[in-house]
Design a protein around this ligand. Structure first.
Ligand code: SF4
Ligand code: SF4
Length: 214
């Protein structure tokens, strides 16, 4: 057992920390590359990635591995740090998005890594590199929903459905008898409105949101 409060940087890896129980690092320093690490570090939430010393506490306490095979926050960080970009893309690009933001990892990390945010930053890093090609339904829905909120300040149900089908290349499917009949039932029972409208004076707020999200 050792207490360590020294400031230490080895090969660009910041090892500052106060921990009562010393856990040997699992990082092989000769394997660490800063190329992708620096990119993730610059993204919102990615700032603490370099503090990780690969103890695996986050993965051990993570909610998901029981339900999602191969979900491994320590592993994602490891691949970024070791520059295994191709492997991250081929085997894990869908997985990193499955994080449910429960923050169990962050609370347990002995090195003060904001693990949940780092996992998000890795997902964003991949998204920015356009590795996903076609959007999944979830991503397409997220995008049209956010566009609605940002542009109009409220949800226009008919528009959001139309935009969602358009974004996923399924406009024909939207015009099928089943979908039209479902839409009609929802309209006549008051579950949806034909026009959502805009919030008064929303333009300024919308502009501000766009600036913040850039
Ligand atoms: S993020 Fe924290 S808990 Fe997870 S491996 Fe790195 S140092 Fe350990
Ligand atoms: S925030 Fe994400 S990575 Fe962290 S424990 Fe929860 S599901 Fe796992």
């Amino acid at each position: 057992m050792a207490e360590n409060t020294d400031k230490m940087v080895i090969d660009g890896v910041e090892l500052v920390g106060i921990w009562k129980e010393f856990m040997p690092s699992r990082i092989l320093y000769e394997d660490v590359t800063t190329e992708f690490l620096n990119e993730v570090k610059k993204l919102p939430g990615g700032e603490t990635i370099a503090k990780c010393y690969q103890c695996g506490t986050c993965t051990g306490g993570c909610t998901l591995p029981e339900f999602v095979d191969k979900f491994n926050p320590r592993g994602f960080i490891n691949l970024v740090r070791r520059g295994h970009y191709d492997l991250l893309v081929s085997d894990y690009k869908e997985l990193v998005w499955k994080c449910v933001s429960c923050n169990r990892c962050t609370h347990r990390c002995p090195k003060g890594v904001n693990t949940q945010e780092v996992v998000r930053a890795i997902a964003k890093f991949l998204e920015d590199r356009k590795v996903f090609g076609k959007l999944t339904n979830d991503e397409a829905f997220d995008e049209v929903f956010m566009d609605e909120v940002i542009n109009d300040g409220r949800i226009d149900e008919v528009k959001i459905v139309k935009d969602f089908y358009a974004k996923t290349g399924r406009l024909k499917e939207m015009m099928s008898g089943d979908q039209l009949s479902l839409g009609f039932k929802m309209f006549t029972s008051g579950r949806i409105k034909l026009f959502g409208g805009k919030i008064k004076d929303w333009k300024k707020v919308s502009q501000r949101l766009k600036e913040e999200l850039q």
